[in-house]
Design a protein around this ligand. Structure first.
Ligand SMILES: OC[C@@H]1[C@@H](O)[C@H](O)[C@@H](O)c2nc(-c3ccccc3)cn21
Length: 603
C-alpha cells in the first residue's frame, strides 16, 4: 500500500501519525462524534465522517431482531464509512453489560452484583470471552463494560451494575476486560489499548470516577470524599483495567466534591491520562454535555468547550450531531479548543481502531453467529448462576438443615411474582433499557428449572399469587418455594430510599411460610429490607440477585447437585436508617456482613 496507514504491517503509532496528518478538521471532528442508530443513515455517516455509532438500551433494528439482523444494520453503516475519502471505519458500541443483552436470543448472564458474589476471577473472564463472541456476531465492535463502580450505598439505582462495595473484589472482577478484549502479553505497556483479535471486543471501564459513591446513592449525584478516599476506593479498579489494556473509559455523569466529572480536567487528563498513563480514549456518557449546564442543554457550545478541553475524546452526542459538530468546529476556529486537543483526541480514537483491527476486518464475521445463545455459553451462564446465589439461612436451627430440598417430594408449591418471569429474572438492561416482564427472550425461569429437576412422581403446583384455598388447604405440601423481588429498572429510575421488596414480597413470603415449610428466594439488584417474619418463619432464604436467562443454575443448588458457594459482595443492612453501611467503617452492625454465605455442608 502506498500510504502507511493502510499498511497492516506498519506499527500502530506510525499508522496513527500518517492518517492524522492527512485529515481535515471536519474529518477529525467527525471521528469524535458518536451518534445513535435512530438518527443514523448512510448519508449522515458519509457526509459528517462519523466515527462511531451506538444504540441505547431498547433501540433495536426492530423488535426481536436476530443477531444477523443487527449485523446487517451495522455492516450497512460500516460500508457507508468505508466509502469516505480516507475510509476510516466506524466503531459500533453497545451496552453488553450481562451478555449481549439488547439482542434477542443472546445468553443473559447474571448482573455484576451476582458475579461479585462468586469471587471467581476466571469465571468472569470466561463470561467476557463468551460475551465478546456474541457481541462480534451481532456486528458490534465495542461493549460499554465493565462497570467498575464501587457500590457504597444500595439506594443507588445502579447497584446491580457494581460488583461490590469492596474495591478488592471489584479489582478481581475486572478480569472481564481480559475476557472481552483478550489477555495482553505480559510485556504489553500499561495503559496502552489492547485487542487480541476478531473474536474480541473493545471494552470500556465505567464510569470514571466515583459513580457508585454519590451522597445517598443519588444517581448522577455528588461523591463527597477526600482525594485519598477517591483514589483508594474508586480509582483503584481502573489501575487493574489499565494493566489489562482497557481501550476505552467512559466518564461519569456524577460529580466529585461538586465538580462534574465531564468537565474535570484534573481527573480526566492529569490523573487518568497523565499520572495513570491511559492511552486509549475517553467517551462521554449519553447527553452528558447537556447535563453540564442548567437548564439541561443550555449554553451547549460552552458545554462542548469545557468537556473536550477537560479531556473527553469522543462525545456520545447522540442525537444533535450537527449542533455538536458546528459548535466544536467554531471552538477550534476561535482557538478556544486548541487543535492540539483535537489531535490528541483523534490520535487516541485512531489508535484504538487500529489496535482493534477495524481497518483490516471492518465487517462482521458471520461464522460467529453459531455462538449466540449456544449450549456452551448457556452452561457457562448456569455455572455463574450456581456460584452467585448466596444462602442466607438454612433451617430454623443448625441441627435441622432445610436445603438441599428433596427433589422426589410428593407435592410442592411454587409461588410468587418472580417464580416464572424471565424478564424479572434478568432485570434492567435486558431487551429494553429498563428491562421488562415476561418471556422476553430464550431462557429458563425458576419454575421451568424446578419442573425439570424434580422427580416424575413429584407434583409441582404453581400459583403466581398463593390462593386462599392453597394456603388454607390441608392438602399436604412437602414444602414451598416462594420467589419475590424487584421489578426491573435502570439508572435514576432505580434510585430508592426505602428498599422494600415490591409487590408485597414480604407479605407473600410470610403468608406461605406460616402454613408450609418455605424456601424464600429474593431476586433483587441489591440488599433489601427483610422483615422479621420473613427471617423467622422461613426455613431457608436465598439471595439470587438478577441471575439472567439460565435459571437451571438455581435448581442445581437448591436440590443439591451443587453446593452454595456465593458470598455477599455487599453488606446487608438491618434498616435503611443505617445507610451508608460498608464493612470498612466502624460501628458496623449489619444483618448479614460482607462476605457472609452459608453452604449445605457446614450450614
Ligand atoms: O446506553 C449508553 C450509556 C450507557 O453505556 C451508560 O452506562 C449509562 O450511564 C447511560 N445512560 C444513558 C441514558 C440516560 C438517560 C436517557 C437515555 C440514555 C445511556 N447510557
Amino acid at each position: 500500500e502506498s500510504c502507511v496507514y493502510k499498511n497492516r504491517d506498519a506499527p500502530v503509532e506510525a499508522r496513527v501519525r500518517d492518517l492524522l496528518s492527512r485529515m481535515t478538521l471536519p474529518e477529525k471532528i467527525g471521528q469524535m462524534t458518536q451518534i445513535e442508530r435512530v438518527v443514523t443513515t448512510h448519508a449522515v455517516i458519509t457526509d459528517f465522517f462519523i466515527g462511531s455509532v451506538l444504540n441505547g438500551g431498547g433501540s433495536w433494528p426492530f423488535e426481536d431482531a436476530k443477531t444477523s439482523d443487527w449485523a446487517d444494520m451495522i455492516d450497512g453503516y460500516q460500508n457507508a464509512a468505508l466509502v469516505t475519502r480516507l475510509g476510516i471505519p466506524i466503531i459500533y458500541g453497545i451496552d453488553a453489560v450481562h451478555g449481549n443483552n439488547n439482542v434477542y436470543g443472546a445468553t443473559i448472564f447474571p448482573h455484576n452484583i451476582g458475579l461479585g458474589a462468586t469471587r471467581d476471577t476466571d469465571l468472569i473472564r470466561r463470561i467476557g470471552a463468551a460475551t465478546a463472541l456474541e457481541v462480534r456476531a451481532s456486528g458490534a465492535h465495542w461493549a460499554f463494560a465493565p462497570c467498575v463502580a464501587a457500590l457504597r450505598d444500595p439506594r443507588w439505582g445502579r447497584s446491580y451494575e457494581s460488583y461490590s462495595e469492596d474495591t478488592n473484589i471489584i479489582c478481581e472482577m475486572s478480569s472481564l476486560v481480559s475476557g472481552l478484549q483478550g489477555e495482553p502479553p505480559k510485556e504489553h505497556p500499561n495503559g496502552y489499548p489492547f485487542l487480541a483479535g476478531r473474536n474480541n471486543v473493545v471494552a470500556c471501564a465505567k464510569h470514571f470516577v466515583g459513580d457508585g459513591g454519590t451522597d445517598k446513592g443519588v444517581n448522577e449525584g455528588n461523591t463527597i470524599v477526600s482525594y485519598e478516599e477517591l483514589e483508594k476506593i474508586h480509582v483503584t479498579p481502573y489501575l487493574n483495567c489499565l494493566a489489562q489494556g482497557v481501550s476505552t473509559v467512559m466518564a461519569s455523569y456524577s460529580s466529585w466534591n461538586g465538580s462534574k466529572l465531564h468537565s474535570d480536567y484534573f481527573l480526566l487528563t492529569e490523573l487518568l491520562k497523565q499520572k495513570l498513563g491511559f492511552k486509549g480514549f475517553i467517551i462521554s456518557d449519553w447527553e452528558a454535555l447537556e447535563r453540564l449546564s442548567e437548564p439541561f442543554g443550555s449554553n451547549y457550545r460552552n458545554c462542548v468547550k469545557i468537556s473536550v478541553n477537560a479531556g473527553v475524546d469522543m462525545v456520545m452526542v447522540p442525537f444533535k450531531y450537527e449542533q455538536f459538530i458546528k459548535d466544536l468546529t467554531d471552538l477550534v476556529e476561535t482557538g478556544e479548543v486548541p487543535m492540539s486537543r483535537i489531535d490528541d483526541a483523534v490520535e487516541r480514537i485512531l489508535r484504538v481502531k487500529f489496535v482493534a483491527g477495524l481497518f483490516e476486518h471492518p465487517l462482521t464475521d458471520r461464522s460467529l453467529l453459531s455462538t449466540v445463545g449456544c449450549k456452551k455459553h448457556r452452561e457457562l451462564g448456569r455455572e455463574a448462576v450456581r456460584k452467585s446465589l448466596v444462602l442466607l439461612k438454612n433451617g430454623k436451627n443448625s441441627e435441622k438443615l432445610f436445603l438441599p430440598l428433596d427433589r422426589n417430594a410428593k407435592r410442592i408449591l411454587v409461588t410468587g411474582t418472580h417464580a416464572d418471569d424471565l424478564g424479572y429474572q434478568c432485570g434492567g438492561w435486558t431487551k429494553a433499557w429498563f428491562g421488562l416482564s415476561g418471556r422476553i427472550t430464550i431462557g429458563t425461569t425458576l419454575l421451568d428449572a424446578i419442573k425439570a429437576a424434580v422427580g416424575d412422581n413429584t407434583e409441582v403446583v404453581y400459583e403466581k399469587t398463593p390462593s386462599e384455598e392453597t394456603l388454607a388447604s390441608e392438602q399436604g405440601f412437602s414444602y414451598a418455594i416462594v420467589a419475590v423481588g424487584e421489578t426491573p429498572y435502570a439508572e435514576t429510575m432505580g434510585d430508592n430510599l426505602e428498599l422494600k421488596i415490591p409487590l408485597n414480597g414480604n407479605d407473600i413470603v410470610t403468608a406461605v411460610a406460616e402454613k408450609i415449610p418455605t424456601l424464600a428466594i429474593l431476586f433483587s439488584g441489591r440488599p433489601m429490607v427483610l422483615e422479621p417474619p420473613v427471617l423467622e418463619k422461613t426455613e431457608a432464604l436465598v439471595a439470587a440477585w438478577l441471575p439472567g436467562s439460565e435459571g437451571q443454575g438455581m435448581a442445581d443448588v437448591i436440590f443439591g447437585d451443587y453446593d452454595f458457594e456465593g458470598k455477599l459482595p455487599v453488606s446487608w443492612f438491618k434498616s435503611v436508617d443505617q445507610l451508608p453501611l460498608t464493612a470498612d467503617v466502624n460501628s458496623y452492625d449489619p444483618l448479614f456482613p460482607l462476605g457472609f454465605g452459608l453452604n449445605c455442608k457446614t450450614g
